[in-house]
Design a protein around this ligand. Structure first.
Ligand SMILES: [Zn+2]
Length: 135
């Protein structure tokens, strides 16, 4: 059975707008709840991309990573995923695949070329695409 990622269309529009407008990759967290096999996104938490000298990779500001978790807890939400943009198609890079293994939450990738997006999750050695559902 495949999992899915449910996101409000307003949050999606916000993400796409930000990705298309940014010169660097954007990144942040998806806050919400896990219900059965469904990741339900309630809020976005933007993080600073501190990856230097590259517009084609991302590394979150460690302070933002901490703040995102503290904020989620205060709101009674979980950090259920990570989002970032690519100046190409929304498929995981080799680095992404490695990071996904280490961080098995939902990974949402947005193309800053055309605003298309796809979501994935790592599961014991393989990566599954999550069905994107706009609410
Ligand atoms: Zn990536």
């Amino acid at each position: 059975m495949g999992g899915k990622l449910e996101v409000n269309h307003k949050l999606v529009e916000e993400l796409v707008r930000e990705a298309l407008a940014s010169r660097d990759e954007i990144c942040g967290f998806l806050l919400g709840r896990m219900e059965g096999g469904c990741f339900r996104v309630c809020e976005l938490y933007k993080a600073r991309n501190v990856s230097l000298a590259s517009a084609t990779s991302f590394e979150m500001d460690p302070g933002d990573v901490y703040e995102a978790h503290a904020y989620a807890e205060k709101r009674g939400l979980d950090v259920i995923g990570i989002y970032h943009s690519h100046p190409s198609s929304p498929s995981p890079s080799t680095t992404d695949l490695k990071c996904m293994e280490r961080w098995p939450v939902a990974w949402l990738i947005i193309s800053s070329i055309d605003g298309s997006m796809a979501a994935y999750i790592a599961k014991r050695g393989f990566v599954e695409e999550l069905k994107l559902q706009l609410a």
